[in-house]
Design a protein around this ligand. Structure first.
Ligand SMILES: [Cu+2]
Length: 115
């Protein structure tokens, strides 16, 4: 009986340490920072692993809005001037997915390499 109580206590402690619904470190999607500055992306190439969701954290340091757009990813999102937007990305197949800043396509070009 004493042993059972001991196990219950351990169980209760474990419960406190890892409350239900709080993801473990391994479950938290990786965050990848992307900056827009002078109508260019920095970095211009992002590399991620295939099959693992991630979060793209895009900060626009320019004075005007930019639109992050990728036809291959079927994604377009306006990033207001001076703001940061977080985009949850699904697990992707290997490949190269180009993206542009639609408002300044001549300079704002980049690619997401999934490998
Ligand atoms: Cu667009």
């Amino acid at each position: 009986m004493a042993r059972m109580i001991g196990l219950l206590a351990i169980g209760a402690l474990a419960g406190l340490a890892l409350p239900a619904g709080v993801p473990r470190a391994a479950d938290v999607p990786r965050e990848i920072a992307l900056t827009i500055e002078k109508h260019r992306f920095q970095p211009e190439e992002i590399r991620v692993k295939a099959g693992a969701p991630f979060v793209l954290v895009i900060t626009n340091k320019d004075r005007g809005a930019e639109e992050f757009e990728s036809r291959d990813l079927r994604l377009e999102k306006v990033i207001p001037a001076g703001k940061t937007v977080r985009l949850r990305m699904p697990a992707l197949k290997p490949g190269t997915y180009p993206f542009v800043g639609e408002y300044h396509e001549a300079t704002a070009k980049g690619r997401l390499v999934v490998e």
